[in-house]
Each structure stands twice: as structure tokens, then as C-alpha cells.
Design a protein around this ligand. Structure first.
Ligand code: GN1
Ligand code: MG
Length: 350
């Protein structure tokens, strides 16, 4: 079946090797290696992205905008098939698309050097800056209410009501944590009610593997544009806090390895502000550190909800995987909250 998909893009399957690639939890990503160009082939998870054509429409709009306003920016959009379609519906009824594999680029899965965090923050800030004059509301919402914390909380409560009592018992500590940090939800509602927090074009998935680097670790561009849609800058900065600050990521089971790297925090601030410092409103800036609490809390709730629902959303590799991820994220959240005063000091110095 994948052969047929390759053929529809004009690629000869007998001259290309296909192997799984990357660490995404939602879409299924493959690398296609040939004797000349290489590609990324991706199957869209249709139970998550129910209207993949909304993604394709967004990418087409953005590509055209970049072409006229920032022709030098490397915009990694999907390649057209022989019939000029950006999405191919395969025999399994799933949608596939093909991207170029950018020559000389590399991705990394965790941050080991300060420069990586700095360059990534520049790239995500630059993306939103370059689209500052683009009317964000022209874009489709590819996932409705994706970063709506109230909704995530409601979904958690629903899962709680329907959950197997045994799962509730196993997750008792984490369930309590949801309520211990309820003030984050209250602050978020206040932020959004505040008209000075504008909708912008936001990436919504700023993990480090979504940045392409050159061999000298300079950022080239951002990738994985499925969740590019109108949103608040808190999502992008917050997800960098969530995924860059700790040397151990959300998969870590030894929680003693989780800690907040203050130097990386400074790099995120410097890099993002270099691009967005003149654009963000004073109100937005006040919530810079809050963004981390918002995103870590939301991700903890999402993992916990999926555990209570019996693992229907995130790919899991072992029993209790989502609960472990929720424990990890609550541990990160508690450490982040404890560092807040120190982070504020650093923020005023950069
Ligand atoms: C999912 O599949 P991936 O890794 O790109 C999720 C993000 C979460 C992340 C947690 C569409 O992203 O929101 O932060 O897992 N994407 C979707 O690892 O739900
Ligand atoms: Mg993604």
C-alpha cells in the first residue's frame, strides 16, 4: 500500500527504502531514502485530525504568503502528487503526505547545548514575527480548542466520572495535583478575558525535534506545521519551557533526573525576545513565565485524562505509561513553580 502512495507522488518504490522516523506520538512518520532526494512520508492520524484538508489549506495559504513576503524563508510544505494533490487517500482510508527531507539539515531530540535552545527560540519567535501582518483568523483551526485549558479540565472531569475505580485509585496522587494547581486555570481564564492578549499565528508544538538545524547548530526553520493556527503566544513559549528546561523529558521514569536548567531558561527568553520583543504587548510579556505553568499543567492533565480513559489518544508502550507521563509532568510543574522567583530574576536580566 505504501508503494502505491509513493507511486502517486511519482516515486519508484523499488528505488526507495522506507523506515520509521522520529518520535511523534500522533502521526506515523517515515523516512523515504532514495539515491538522490530523500523524503518524509507521513500518515495523518485521522482520529486526531478529523479534517486533514484543513491542514492542507492552511499550508497552502502560508506558503503563498511566505513566497511573497519572505521568499528566503525555507517553508517546508507538503509536495504535490502527480495529480497535484497535497494529500493522498490510501487504500486504508488514511491520508498521507510527502515532504522534502531538507538536505544538510538535522533534527535533535533533546537539548544538550545552550545554543540549541537559543536557536530554537529564535526560530519559533521568527515564525510568528514573520506572520505578524498575516490575518491569523484566515487560518483554519486544525484542532478545535487544542490549547483550551478549561476544556482539558472538563475532559479530565468527564474521564474521572467514567473511569474504572482501579485506575482512579492508581492515579489518586495525580488527581489531587490537578486540584492543587487549579489556580493556573483561573489565571488562564483571566489572561484570555484580557483583550490585550491577541490571537497570533502560533505553531502549538515547539518541541526541539520540530526545528531543523544546520551542521553548525544554527536554526534553519520550523517543521511539523499541522497545528499552526490562531492561538496565543503562551502556547509556544510555554511548550519550550515544558520541553527544553529539564534535561530529562516527559518519558523519564526516574523523576530525580527532572530539574529546571536556569541557563536554558535564559536562552529561551533571549532567543524568543530577539524576534518578538518589539511585537509582544506589555500584558503578554507579563505572562512569559506563566506560559510554562500553563503548558506543563495542561500536558499533565492531558496525559492523566488519557490514562483514565484507558489510553485512547497517546501511543503507549507499557501499562501505566500515560500515568507515568502525568507524574513526570506534575513533578516538572512543581519544580518549575518552586523556581519561579529565580526565573523572574533571570528574566529581568536578559
Ligand atoms: C503530541 O505527536 P507529537 O509529539 O507531535 C501532541 C502534543 C503534545 C505531545 C506530547 C496533536 O505531539 O500536543 O504536546 O504529543 N499533539 C497533538 O508529547 O495532540
Ligand atoms: Mg506534532
Amino acid at each position: 500500500m505504501l508503494d502505491k502512495v509513493l507511486l502517486s507522488f511519482g516515486l519508484d518504490p523499488s528505488h526507495h527504502k522506507i523506515e520509521p522516523f522520529g518520535s511523534g506520538l500522533i502521526n506515523y512518520t517515515l523516512k523515504v531514502t532514495g539515491n538522490g532526494e530523500d523524503y518524509i512520508l507521513q500518515k495523518i492520524n485521522s482520529s486526531v485530525f478529523k479534517s486533514p484538508e484543513r491542514i492542507a489549506q492552511n499550508l497552502t495559504l502560508l506558503q503563498a504568503y511566505f513566497k511573497t513576503t519572505h521568499p528566503d524563508y525555507l517553508f517546508v510544505g507538503a509536495l504535490p502528487s502527480l495529480k497535484n494533490d497535497l494529500l493522498i487517500k490510501a487504500d486504508d482510508n488514511d491520508y498521507y503526505r510527502l515532504f522534502p527531507f531538507v538536505k544538510g539539515s538535522k533534527t535533535i531530540n533533546f537539548i544538550s547545548k545552550r545554543k540549541e535552545a537559543f536557536e530554537a527560540a529564535i526560530q519559533f519567535g521568527r515564525f510568528t514575527r514573520m506572520l505578524n501582518d498575516f490575518d491569523a483568523e484566515k487560518l483554519n483551526y486544525t484542532l478545535a480548542d487544542f490549547h483550551n485549558l478549561q476544556l482539558r479540565f472538563d475532559q479530565f472531569k468527564q474521564a474521572y466520572q467514567n473511569a474504572d475505580p482501579e485506575l482512579l485509585e492508581q492515579a489518586a496522587t495525580e488527581i489531587k495535583q490537578v486540584y492543587d494547581h487549579y489556580n493556573i486555570l483561573q489565571s488562564d481564564k483571566q489572561v484570555i478575558a484580557d483583550k490585550e492578549i491577541p490571537l497570533r499565528v502560533i505553531h502549538h508544538d515547539t518541541k526541539i525535534s520540530n526545528v531543523l538545524f544546520d551542521k553548525d547548530l544554527n536554526g534553519i526553520c520550523v517543521i511539523d506545521l499541522d497545528t499552526v493556527m490562531p492561538g496565543y503566544y503562551l502556547s509556544d513559549v510555554g511548550d519550550m519551557m515544558r520541553t527544553y528546561l529539564s534535561p530529562a523529558n516527559e518519558e523519564e521514569t526516574d523523576l530525580s533526573k527532572i530539574h529546571i536548567r536556569e541557563d536554558i531558561f535564559a536562552d529561551i527568553c533571549k532567543g524568543y525576545m530577539l524576534e518578538m520583543g518589539d511585537i509582544l504587548t506589555e500584558t503578554e510579556k507579563k505572562y512569559f513565565i506563566f506560559s510554562g505553568k500553563f503548558m506543563i499543567y495542561m500536558q499533565a492533565i492531558r496525559f492523566l485524562t488519557d490514562f483514565l480513559n484507558g489510553d485512547i489518544y497517546y501511543e503507549v508502550k507499557y501499562t501505566g505509561h500515560n500515568l507515568m507521563r502525568a507524574k513526570n509532568q506534575f513533578d516538572l510543574l512543581n519544580k518549575y513553580v518552586r523556581s519561579e522567583e529565580r526565573l523572574n530574576q533571570i528574566l529581568t536580566q536578559v
